[in-house]
Ligand binder design. Structure first.
Ligand code: AFD
Ligand code: MN
Ligand code: MN
Length: 430
């Protein structure tokens, strides 16, 4: 029995208002695509099958190390976060799974939490461990690292936490563990760069050994922050080497904000795929660093080019190509539900546009060294407004044609502001 948070009548009423214009736009786009041999309904079916997970921590207002500005009605526990994620899925229909983070989302009954999520129309995605901050009850500090710490007992504590995350994930129905560590240094000489990686690999192999047969361990690299001189898994090179050493169930996770400025991320995607190590994505956007801005808000073209590589990869699958997609953003100045509705739409648009690329024309131009026509094959697809395809797929799945309009009319947030307790002030990344 599902109990969805937004009135189905409201969605139906607003969709009725927008339906005629949508059909008109969809028919016009269908005729345009048909002229190039593309069946719009086939693209719509692919869009209907697309999904991207949302992070439980993304449901709360983010902040910086300077301040966090909470909004009224913000969720304060996993139950309320699930409810907000259910709103995003009910209206947008592309985010059916939530990625939990532990110990932030700890409860006493995970079977119950799984049932609660199911009743809201949700499942669980990758489980995220947290060894980048200390918890009140913990024995050893992570101030000097976790999986790569000098101290063996600290490393073991971090290993045990990751294994506990796997055990929780099994109960929630997850099959991926995402490991991002804050380990690194702020000063030259602070730690030996090779030996810290050795310690990481030894500890990570203990976690790897605890993976159930159908699980993957996703290694998330990040070149800076909280450590600003070196990080132990700093880039895709360190990530793929670690994944290769750990074994076939270890894959690399690409967070779009975790690279050096101006890095060619779509090429990294192609490289990781070439060696069967592309595990998944954390989508967000950035201008200066790991800004965790909304996906596609700064550089939607880069997002399109990433998806273009993913379509190429689909045509040339290697080692069980099945990347996991997740949003990982910090919503510091918007209502997180609105940001994730908008971001999920942008991500899906890039997925759809990448499918509109005339692959035969692209490959022929590449073979003929016809640079301009190869580029135009990509550009033509990028320039097409696919919004009607997404809106129609959404409507047919029971979602809202205009997601933000329906959300605002529902007055969901102000209703929650009456029901939920206020969030404290303070700093924080989540
Ligand atoms: C970090 C990483 C990682 C982590 C998250 C915590 O992107 O995904 O789980 O932020 O908020 O920068
Ligand atoms: Mn991330
Ligand atoms: Mn990040």
């Amino acid at each position: 029995m599902t109990r969805l948070p937004i009135s189905a009548d409201l969605i139906a009423t607003r969709n009725a208002v927008h339906a005629e214009a949508l059909e008109d736009d969809y028919a016009a786009l269908g005729r345009k695509l048909a002229r190039t041999g593309i069946d719009i309904d086939a693209i719509k079916d692919r869009v209907a099958g697309f999904s991207v997970a949302v992070p439980s921590w993304g449901a709360g207002r983010g902040g910086t190390r300077f301040a966090k500005f909470p909004i009224a009605g913000e969720p304060t526990n996993i139950h309320e976060k699930l409810e907000d994620c259910a709103v995003i899925q009910q209206l947008g229909r592309v985010t059916p799974r939530v990625s939990p983070h532990f110990p932030w989302d700890k409860v006493s009954d995970y079977k119950g939490l799984r049932a609660e999520a199911a009743s809201l129309g949700l499942g669980f995605d990758a489980v995220n461990s947290n060894t980048f901050q200390d918890q009140p009850e913990q024995a050893y500090t992570y101030a000097n690292g976790s999986l790569a710490a000098q101290d063996a007992a600290t490393r073991q504590q971090a290993v045990d936490h990751n294994i506990e995350c796997i055990e929780i994930g099994v109960q929630l129905g997850s099959t991926d563990l995402t490991v991002w560590v804050g380990d690194g240094t702020n000063f030259p000489g602070q730690q030996d760069l090779s030996r810290s990686l050795d310690r990481y690999l030894e500890a990570a192999s203990k976690i790897y050994a605890a993976l159930p047969y159908d699980w993957r361990m996703l290694l998330e690299h990040k070149m800076f922050e909280p450590a600003f001189y070196s990080t132990v898994i700093s880039d895709w090179g360190s990530s793929i080497l670690a994944a290769q050493e750990l074994g076939p169930k270890a894959k690399c996770l690409v967070d779009l904000g975790h690279h050096a400025p101006n890095v060619n991320i779509e090429q990294i995607v192609a490289r990781l795929h070439r060696f069967g190590k592309l595990g998944g994505f954390h989508f967000n956007d950035s201008k200066y660093g790991d800004d965790d801005l909304d996906s596609g808000s700064i550089n939607p073209h880069q997002l399109f080019l990433v998806f273009n590589e993913l379509v190429e990869a689909e045509h040339d699958p290697r080692d069980g190509f099945n990347p996991s997609y997740m949003i990982d953003q910090s919503h510091n100045v918007t209502d997180p539900i609105e940001s994730m509705l908008s971001s999920a739409e942008t991500i899906t648009q890039c997925f759809a546009k990448a499918r509109l690329v005339d692959r035969a024309a692209l490959h022929a131009a590449q073979e003929a060294n016809d640079t301009m026509m190869a580029f135009q094959a990509l550009r033509r697809a990028y320039n097409i407004d696919v919004a009607p395809i997404l809106a129609k797929a959404r409507m047919e799945a029971g979602g809202a044609i205009d997601v933000l309009e329906a959300y605002r009319l529902s007055q969901y947030r102000s209703r929650k502001a009456q029901e939920r307790k206020a969030v404290g002030l303070g700093a924080g990344i989540v």
